[in-house]
Design a protein. Structure first.
Length: 271
């Protein structure tokens, strides 16, 4: 995999194809391989890129220091700058969608379009949302600290399938790479702290596609109307037969929906 120096880290990434840049940003506890099927599907039209976030995959997090979604967004800005990518499309999934929201709100004139998949907005939507988000992520982080991430991974993903009412099968241990416990905790804590991030969603002016799985847990799906209402030029699409990992549960629908959206809204022709 090629690498590029971004801030204080050496970022590993995979790139395929030739055309306008399209960057896939993976979720917590995953790595660039989460977008393998997207890289294959989009490389005929785009320069399709997937990279490892700080502390994930082959991109180290120096001294294992805690970080925030803000920090990950600045890493992304450095990544785009160093590779000289002009007006890319961002596709962020789960925690990657949080990173993409921050970037798009701060650099709207440097993007072509935005795709937010299986993600939530920063603000708590009432007391229930606050309790559920805090409880979910902090319990996960506590379990990881107690027994180690690679031992806890199976239980975490089993619980994720239960939240999706056993309607999906993609949340399996073999789909997620092993990682050091401290890196897993940092990843979960970054997602848990997203509510402290200052984002003006109305400043995201590029065409935006919001995707969510049919069986998405309520802690995610209840935020879809907020994203739709506050992002001015947004389109919402439910991914059938999918949960929180919609790019894995139904990749054909996920990919074709993005293809159609980008062709219609950004004047990029699909060959």
């Amino acid at each position: 995999m090629p690498t590029v120096q971004t801030n204080d880290i050496e970022t590993h990434y995979e790139v395929r194809g030739n055309g306008p840049p399209l960057i896939f940003i993976h979720g917590a506890l995953a790595d660039h391989s989460a977008a393998t099927r997207q890289l294959a599907a989009f490389s005929d039209t785009y320069t399709a890129i997937a990279y490892d976030l700080r502390g994930h995959g082959n991109t180290a997090n120096p001294r294992h220091e805690p970080y925030s979604i803000d920090r990950l967004a600045e890493d992304l800005h450095a990544f785009i700058t160093e590779l000289d990518l002009e007006n890319p499309v961002l596709c962020g999934v789960s925690m990657g969608g949080m990173v993409a929201q921050v970037y798009a709100s701060r650099y709207p004139n440097q993007l072509r379009a935005l795709v937010l998949a299986d993600t939530f907005s920063p603000a708590f939507l009432g007391r229930r949302d606050r309790i559920e988000r805090f409880s979910l992520v902090n319990v996960m982080a506590g379990l990881v600290r107690l027994v180690g991430y690679n031992r806890a991974k199976g239980l975490l993903l089993w619980f994720g399938r239960k939240l999706e009412r056993d309607q999906t099968t993609s949340l399996r241990p073999e789909a997620f790479p092993d990682m050091e416990t401290v890196d897993a905790v940092n990843s979960l804590k970054a997602a848990a702290g997203f509510h402290t991030t200052d984002i003006d969603l109305t400043s995201i002016t590029v065409p935006t596609l919001v995707l969510y799985g049919e069986h998405e847990p309520a802690v995610i799906s209840r935020h879809i109307p907020i994203l739709s209402a506050q992002i001015p030029d947004s389109t919402v699409q439910e991914v059938p037969d999918a949960g929180h990992a919609s790019p894995w549960d139904n990749p054909e629908f996920f990919n074709s929906t993005i293809h159609a959206f980008l062709t219609n809204r950004t004047q990029i022709e699909v060959e």
